[in-house]
Design a protein around this ligand. Sequence first.
Ligand code: GLV
Ligand code: GLV
Length: 351
Amino acid sequence: MKERNVFMTRRIPDVAIPILRQAGATVTVGQSDEEKGLTPAELLAGVRNADVLLSLLTEPITRDVLNANPRLLGVANYAVGFNNIDVVAATELGIPVSNTPGVLTDTTADLTWALILGIARRIVEAHEYMVAGRYKLWGPNLFLGGDVSPGGTGKRKVLGIIGYGRIGAAVARRAIGFDMDILAYDPHNPAAIAADAADPSRHVRSASLEELLRESDFVSLHPLLTAETRHMISERQLGMMKKTAYLINVSRGPVVDEAALVRALRDGTIAGAALDVFENEPLMVAGLAECRNAILVPHIASGSQDTRDRMATMAATNAVAHLKGERAPNVVNPEVYDSAAYVARRSAASA
Ligand code: GLV
Ligand code: GLV
C-alpha cells in the first residue's frame, strides 16, 4: 500500500499517533510550538501533501484550503464545534468532515457550572482580594453575591439554556441538585426539550427566546455557531435580561456581540458574565478585561486531561476512516458519501 499522510495542523495528545500509524499513515505536524498558529501558507503547504487533514479549531479551513488538494480524503476536526470549517464547500468538493461529539459533553457542562457558581459567588474577585493581602477582618458584607439555589428568598432560580443539544441537556441535569427551574430554547432540538420536560423531576420547560431572556437568573449559551446564532445575544437581548442576571458562554464567541456585552456589564444592564470563548480569539474586545463583574477563561471548557485524550482518540479514529474511505463515525456532512464529487475524489486518490 502506498504511503498515506495525515497532516495534523498542531499537536494533539499523543494517543492519536499510534492509531494513525497503525493504519499505515505517516503523521506530519504543521506547528509544534504550542503558542504559535500556522500561517496560511503553512496550512496550504500541509494540505497539499496530505491525504487527510486533522485540524484544530484555531485553523480556518476555507474553500481555498479545501480546494488546494484534489486528493484530500477528509477533514477530522479536533473539536465538537466545526464553524472553523466551510462545510458547504467541503460537501460540494466531496470531502467528508468529522468532529468529536459526546466525549466532551460532561467536561464542558462541568466548566459551565464552575462559571455559574464562580460568577454568582464572585470567586475570582474574592481570590484576588485574598492574595493581595486585603483580608483584614470578617464582615457581613464581604463579596456578597447572588444565589444559585433558592437560598435566602426560598424561590427557585431560573436557568435559561439556549441550545439544548448534548451539552445544554447535561448542564440542565446538573441543575437538579440546585433546585433550579430550567427554561430551554432550541428550535433545532424540540424532541430533546420535550423528553426532559416530560419528566417533572427535571423542572425543564420549553420557552421562546424572549421569555427565556426575561425570566432567567442565569442564561447559558450552548448553540453551534451558525449564521442564525451569530450575535443572537446583542444589545436588544441583553436589554431583555434581568438586571440581576448573569450570562455564561462556553459555545463560540461570536454568538455574543462582545462590544454590546461590555456596555451591558459597565452600565449594570446585567449583573455579570462568565466567558470561555471570545469573538476574536485570542483577543478580547476593548474594555472587557477591566470589567470586574466578568470571569474570563481561555476556551478551556473541554480541558480535562482525560477528555482531551478521548477527543484525540476520536479525531484519529475519524481520520483513519477518512483515509480508508470508510464512513467516519462522526461525520457532520453524511450526505457527502452519496455525491458524485466524493466518488470522483476517491478514485483520484487511488489512481
Ligand atoms: C471546543 O470548543 C470544541 O468545539 O470542541
Ligand atoms: C455537543 O456535543 C452538543 O450537541 O451540545
